[in-house]
Design a protein around this ligand. Structure first.
Ligand SMILES: [Zn+2]
Length: 385
């Protein structure tokens, strides 16, 4: 039994003409079991029943070429009277399975699901009594960010503009009278990078807390926090790109997209008004924990060394001491890469850092590391005082 999605796709497309922005959706119904990805950050591209309790689900990228990071997030509903244990096989369009499945009944509390995988497919079982969500990580959808930011610092909430599909790019702009110094934090350029998103949340949660050191820091430093640079990609459950199929973290040199343009406009407005960006952090996920940094002796495209050239090396050394474990610091530079950290260095003459969290990094460790990263960082950001 095979369910065609074409009709649903056409209906979704027709609706999207009058109801932008649209969210990618797919749903498939079988006798008792119903799959749906028709929600913010949902992603599922096809399904087939292969045996009485077995289903093969397919995932397709938004466009190619693309990094192999097949995101999935779908709801499974059991319409029968009794609980059913089903076997799900995920096929991700030739890309190797990557993200460990997690399950939740409320989209808030998630449990890892045991699985088997090879280069082509991933297989696992879930027991469904009523409705469960299955995803390649905790679902942090577009609706999370504005309410979370409003809780952190209600008076600092702004939008930087709109994505290409018209979604707001939410931000916090924390301003201090008498200080020109700015810390810049961005995240979610790549939608499925949930562990990086979690690290950004923990980092920012402490930064805007009542902790004494943080209050002192916030009296001396301006902060721009843009936690979701790619809201269209997050809404659609994209593997990597924005709604135009562009990798935003390769677009910072050209700035061809609404999202990079909106952030760039804000940063240049800050510096045009006399502000000094001192450091910018960009949160991501990859196969392991690693900090991609600029080389300390990098000379920018305008021929200047970076300000505080040892800032990041000193910070990561302090972080390794604080956590009592090695920290991987991978310096590099490539003026044509279009990567955010490189743009920060060339445009503003300061360090940019790509803060990468491993896909499977323990969630408690993500929190502990992010908080230690912040407490060690603010000590490095005060040398001029
Ligand atoms: Zn990334």
């Amino acid at each position: 039994m095979k369910t065609k999605l074409s009709l649903l796709v056409i209906v979704a497309w027709a609706l999207s003409i009058t109801a932008l922005p649209s969210v990618a959706s797919a749903s498939c119904s079988f006798a008792d079991i119903h799959f749906s990805s028709d929600f913010d950050s949902g992603r599922l591209d096809g399904c087939e029943q292969t045996a009485s309790n077995s289903y093969t689900l397919t995932l397709k990228p938004e466009n190619t070429p693309i990094n192999p990071s097949p995101w999935y997030a779908f709801q499974v509903t059991n319409q029968s009277e009794t609980a059913q244990t089903i076997t799900i096989t995920l096929l991700s369009d030739g890309a190797p399975a990557r993200y460990q499945p997690r399950i939740s009944s409320d989209k808030q509390n998630w449990q890892p699901v045991p699985y088997e995988k090879d280069q082509q497919q991933m297989q696992f079982q879930v027991t469904v009594t009523d409705t469960v969500y299955v995803a390649g990580g905790e679902i942090i959808d577009t609706s999370f960010y504005p309410s979370w930011l409003a809780e952190l610092a209600p008076t600092a909430l702004i939008t930087l503009g709109e994505s290409s599909q018209g979604r707001p790019i939410h931000a916090l702009e924390h301003r201090v009278d008498g200080s020109a110094d700015w810390l810049v934090i961005i995240g979610r350029q790549h939608p499925p990078e949930v562990t990086g998103a979690l690290a950004l949340v923990h980092f920012s949660q402490l930064l805007f807390s009542d902790d004494t050191a943080m209050r002192v820091f916030r009296q001396r430093y301006n902060i721009l926090l843009v936690p979701m640079v790619n809201p269209d990609g997050v809404a659609a459950g994209n593997w990597r790109h924005n709604a135009n199929g562009v990798d935003l973290n390769r677009d910072w040199k050209r700035r061809s997209q609404a999202e990079t343009q909106a952030v760039h406009a804000k940063l240049t407005a800050i510096t045009a008004a006399g502000g000094r960006i001192r450091l910018a952090l960009d949160f991501h996920s990859t196969w392991r924990d690693v900090f991609y940094t600029m080389t300390a002796d990098y000379v920018t495209v305008s021929g200047e060394p970076l300000q505080q050239p040892q800032l990041v090396n000193d910070w990561l050394t302090a972080l390794a001491n604080e956590l009592a474990m090695p920290i991987e610091n991978k310096p590099s530079h490539n003026p044509n890469s279009g990567v955010f950290k490189q743009y920060i260095a060339d445009q503003f003459g300061v360090h940019g850092v790509t803060y990468e969290v491993g896909d499977q990094t323990d969630r408690e460790h993500i929190k502990r590391s992010a908080e230690a990263a912040l407490t060690t960082l603010i000590k490095q950001l005060f040398p001029d005082y």
